[in-house]
Design a protein around this ligand. Structure first.
Ligand SMILES: Nc1ncnc2c1ncn2[C@@H]1O[C@H](COP(=O)(O)OP(=O)(O)OP(=O)(O)O)[C@@H](O)[C@H]1O
Length: 613
């Protein structure tokens, strides 16, 4: 039997670089992050040998446009000749881990052994001068994107550390512009513990602030209010007025949750900024804080989460879940403390971010108990804090939907009945669970039918008297699938009240959708609508005989304009209930208004004629 021929895989470096730049990294600017973290790791490695050693990183920009160069220097561990061959020349090899420890814990930031390749996105050559802190000659290594490299021993001995030189590749000028470089260094390295200096021409400055004490112990941040707020403004580009320190019990993840100065939409993208081992990983992390915490923007640092190879995300694993829960607990704990010791601050926060607070209250009964009196609700008494509503009422009615609330609101207000609109997200749930957190309160779901019971029936005589006209009105509204009921109810100023059954509510929504949707969808809606129509989806218009307009309408003398008036009262009731009008109803309203104008003008002309001598 023939022996198989064995070969070694070959790696096409330019293909790898293409993958990195087009699929792994979101932007070529990450080369700066990779260089910074190599410099910091080199310092970390040197500190193992010399614990009191003070690390530093220095960057220099020279030349402009296509002639620009960038140099980054560290005073870290450096590389010996063997290490250069092993770690720089072998892609995927890293000095920062044992063989199988890609997911294991180290104090280094790097681990995958690919970061340096990112420099080829903006330079056609990487030149590295290095001197190992462990002795040996100073070396020059030059690597090219075609996979070739050279090593040379230098005649002069450098001090321990490494310098990397890059020269601008065509069309990459923006990556060498001083303002950009300074901004990105700050973005990536604001939390790094060593000073990073940047020299451009004659000017040199330290880009990152000295690491404040409260980074290691976020609880201390309370004592540095202005500094912490300024830090947030510089990092996140927004001016904040309040913040909550974050810390997990292990102390390995901490941060600051900045309270957003404006209300935010429930579906707004959360963009928290996360640093792993003091290096920026993501400024768009969504999953590091619980969903309900959308009223804050976090700056979070951790050394316990696992970065992906792009280093722009971290793994969604058990640890992340625990960290998220613990950070959420920091926020929740602070809110609960505020409820006891700083209620004004909490009230202000709730006013601004009621939705977020309600989301948390739904999930957490204890929190709900602490803050319920400050949560705002829309009710027949207006938009009020629950505490205010509870002052005079131990019984609260609520509706489940916005539609039900619309149907009830006028009649309920007229009877001074407290009804909370449960149609907004979380509100009905909160109403339902209110008695559980405060047993003195009773809440009850109210249906439109329950409120209409408060209507007074008309007498048998009245029914006889208005029989014919009621039939006529019914006939007039048949095309809107609406029936008339003559009643008496409060307030007398309300001429008519429109109510929908569940089926007719669905039908109305379908009809409105059908009017604005394209043909294909329209036919589906149409057939759905036909089914509902067959099932008799009628709505009801309650007309109020206590109202003077209605009484006049139902006088036999007005039969000439009776149908038009009934139609107008119907449309008016729809508008009061804030129902969108369909085309037919819109026509009724337009014609009605025009008719009114004409009638007014005619009356005027008539009077004018009479005034003529
Ligand atoms: N400034 C430096 N000082 C000392 N050694 C360095 C320096 N830069 C790179 N190296 C060496 O080169 C190796 C490869 O670097 P590279 O940036 O490609 O990968 P890494 O940092 O190990 O891992 P990652 O891909 O996760 O960043 C490193 O493991 C390290 O041994």
């Amino acid at each position: 039997m023939n022996q198989p021929d064995n070969y070694r895989f070959q790696v096409d470096l330019s293909g790898m670089i293409n993958i990195l730049s087009n699929h792994l990294y979101s932007s070529p600017k990450v080369f700066l992050r990779e260089l910074l973290q190599n410099a910091v790791d080199a310092v970390t490695a040197r500190k193992v040998l010399e614990p009191d050693f003070k690390g530093r990183v220095h960057i220099e920009l020279a030349g402009t446009g296509s002639g620009a160069t960038l140099m980054i220097e560290d005073n870290g561990i450096g590389l010996t000749k063997e290490e250069v061959h092993q770690f720089l020349a072998m892609i995927g090899q890293s000095s920062k881990r044992g063989k199988d420890l890609i997911m294991g814990e180290t104090s280094f930031i790097g681990r995958f052994g690919i970061g340096l390749l990112s420099c080829f996105m903006i330079s056609d050559e990487i030149v590295m001068l290095t001197q190992s802190a462990q002795g040996g000659p100073s070396l020059e290594w030059k690597g090219k994107p075609d996979g070739t490299y050279s090593i040379r021993e230098l005649a002069t001995e450098l001090s321990p550390g490494t310098k990397v030189y890059l020269r601008c590749k065509p069309d990459c000028e923006i990556y060498y512009e001083p303002q950009n470089v300074e901004k990105w260094i700050y973005d990536y390295g604001a939390l790094l513990p060593h000073p990073i200096t940047l020299r451009t021409g004659q000017f040199e400055k330290v880009v990152n602030p000295a690491s404040p004490e409260w980074i290691a112990q976020p609880e201390l941040a309370r004592g540095y209010r202005n500094e912490v707020l300024q830090f947030g403004e510089r990092l996140l580009g927004e001016r904040f007025r309040d913040f909550i320190p974050l810390q997990t019990s292990s102390g390995r993840t901490g941060g600051i949750a900045y309270v957003l100065p404006q209300a935010v939409n429930l579906h707004a993208k959360k963009k928290h900024r996360v640093y792993l081992k003091q290096m920026l990983v993501s400024d768009k992390a969504e999953n590091i804080l619980p969903d309900w915490a959308f009223f804050v923007k976090g700056v979070i640092w951790s050394d316990e989460l696992q970065p992906t190879a792009s280093r722009e995300h971290f793994y969604e694993n058990d640890r992340l879940e625990e960290v998220r829960a613990e950070l959420g607990e920091s926020i929740r704990g602070e809110l609960i403390r505020m409820a006891e010791y700083d209620p004004d601050r909490l009230r202000h926060m709730i006013r601004l971010h009621a939705l977020s607070m309600k989301a948390l209250a739904v999930a957490d009964e204890n929190f709900y108990r602490m803050i319920h009196r400050w949560l705002p609700f829309e009710s027949t008494y207006g938009r009020r804090e629950l505490g205010e509503l509870l002052e005079d009422n131990q019984n609260i009615y609520f509706t489940l939907t916005l539609d039900e609330y619309r149907q009830i609101t006028h009649v309920a207000s007229a009877q001074s009945l407290l009804v909370v609109n449960g149609g907004y997200i979380y509100d009905a749930e909160l109403m339902e669970s209110l008695p559980a957190i405060n047993p003195e309160i009773r809440t009850e779901r109210l249906l439109p039918e329950d409120v209409s019971l408060a209507f007074t029936d008309i007498t048998a005589e009245e029914r006889m008297k208005y029989f014919e006209l009621t039939r006529l009105a019914d006939a007039a509204l048949r095309r809107f699938r609406c029936r008339i009921q003559l009643k008496r109810f409060k307030p007398a100023e309300l001429p008519a009240l429109f109510t929908l059954s569940k089926e007719s509510s669905e039908l109305r929504s379908l009809e409105v959708a059908e009017e604005v949707s394209p043909d294909a969808l329209s036919s589906v809606l149409n057939s759905l609508g036909s089914i509902l129509k067959l099932e008799g989806a009628y709505s009801t218009l309650y007309m109020n005989l206590d109202n003077p307009v209605v009484t006049r309408t139902f006088m036999p003398a007005n039969s000439r304009i009776f149908v038009n008036t009934v139609e107008m009262l119907y449309v008016h009731a729809l508008m009061l209930g804030q129902y969108p009008l369909n085309k037919q109803e819109m026509d009724v309203m337009n014609q009605g208004v025009l008719r009114l104008i004409q009638a007014g003008l005619a009356a005027d002309t008539h009077r004018g004629d009479e005034d003529q001598p």
